[in-house]
Design a protein around this ligand. Sequence first.
Ligand code: MRU
Length: 368
Amino acid sequence: MQKSVLKPILWSDEKLILLDQRVLPGSTSYLTATTMEEVIHAIREMAVRGAPAIAITGAFGIVLYLNGCSAKPSYSELNKKLTDLLDSRPTAVNLRLAIEEFLSRFPENSYSQATLSDLQKGAKEFALFMLKEDLDNNLTLSKHGLSLFPNSPSVLHIVTHCNTGALATAGHGTALGVIRSLRDAGHSVTVYADETRPYLQGARLTAWEMKEEGIPAFLITDNMVGWLMSTRNVDAVIVGADRIASNGDTANKIGTYPLAIVAKHHGVPFYVAATEKSLDFRISDGSQIPIEMRNGSEVTSFSFLKDENGKSLLNEGVIAPAGMEALNPSFDVTPASLISGIITERGIVSPVNESNLRNLFPKTARDR
Ligand code: MRU
């Protein structure tokens, strides 16, 4: 039975209200942001996360910044704020695109003609538009995803990684959106949700969304997938994206790349589900995608997940010797050659290569 999933981003009474994803699944609490600085903090600290949700939150951050101005900021003051926002998390391209799309509504050569009220109104319209557009695109891409599973209705076992659901977007989700739509279309879907070390988006968030929606799911640790594919039937892997280069190389949550290798070895189709907002045609391949490095404490213990009062949300689980250095790349890049298809709001890109991507997206904002 389908339940309504909590929305991660709400705009109410000129305030931004964010579901604090750090405290899920233990509790559902919201935090209110009234300034750009609070928005940047919420993105950096991952109270809100997932590439589309980060971009939409950033757009509302621009609204809050402009609403807090008593006089129109100079073009360079505005740009400085937008650069601070952009620096909050570097790998997903969605936030950069959102900032560029906002700026394209107020180009430098005509900026002097805009009043502060024009900027405030334009920013709010844009942020609200993004919220609606993302949900619409997720629903459309999910419909396209159904075409990959033509035997209907069927019993499907799908592996996913990280969290790409309603929590990571304006609603419905990308990879989890396809899974939701498969269930809604009558398929009997079972999800294998990768735990997604170290930040545990799979265990904390995807598992929670599946429970809320009543979609049968098993939580597995990331290193169980080889066993899973060699002993059980898996119909497909579906993951999201933080940035897709011109040739189809795709950055997504750390652990996606080894998952794709195991899927390839076992002949399991490996799909990426993403909207146009994840495409970056300005880079030729995945080697040019900046990979966010986060604090090693996320690897050496589980105690980095704290509530607003500093209390650990999980057992104080230190799992490494004091002083142990750890690497913590937050994303990896899956080469296009390992991706069976990219599910988008305009259809499926397969085989994954530059010419097929550009055929479907002949003119994107990234070409500017
Ligand atoms: O670090 P996160 O939780 O922001 O990483 C999220 C992911 O990697 C998602 O797969 C991606 O952003 C797509 S969300 C629709």
